[in-house]
Design a binder for this molecule. Sequence first.
Ligand code: PGA
Length: 253
Amino acid sequence: MNRTLVVAGNWKMNKTAAEARELVDAMSAGLRSVENVERVLCPPYTSLPLLAEMLTGTGIGVGAQDMHWEEKGAFTGELSPSMVREFCEYVIIGHSERRAYFGETDETVNKKLRAALNNDIIPIVCVGETLDEYESGRTEEVVRRQIASGFADIDSANASRIIVAYEPVWAIGTGKASSAENANNVHKQFIRPALTELFGEENAQAIRIQYGGSVTAANASEFFSQSDIDGALVGGASLKPDEFIAIAKAAQP
Ligand code: PGA
């Protein structure tokens, strides 16, 4: 199965709009020169309109880092799917930082995932085990649970639009990336079979599974050479133009 690799930069809570303009200026030409790789930038909400404008016609997509599932109403501080859709083609859902600090659960992930698909936004859904879970050999159990609950009641016809990001929590922002072999095993032995159970073989084969957690220009090509690693969700290195461009280049077929 030939899956187009997708490289997304998660800026997290970094960059004012003025700084975002500089960062995009510094990386857009380099990113544009990358061929046959889906490229996405996910800045804070305050820079979404700016990036949407700056990246129009470049082939580089814009994503939000989160959103609410309700269409409107009394949800102070939240953005609805249609607000996100005004500026974005993608949305990150269930990032481990949202799960750890902001009460995100498999249930809210599921609501957001369904809202994204209903609103024609490509969801990047994060799963992954904590250090504790990893060390006690519970990776399979955790990612299978996150997928079984987080991806419940999704129409199989929509499944191939979903992007999964496997992000072991112990590898995020630590400089201690998973080995490429370990990540590929999780993708191949645990995540894709869980997706197959829900959506059938053909749909599961079409779903891109990114790896995330301390991806750099130095280790990216090792990840991308694996059979079941279909791109990367990049945090820290996505704030460094040369690094992020090099990561996107490494994903070229
Ligand atoms: P990192 O973050 O690349 O800085 O480890 C990845 C992520 O949280 O998406």
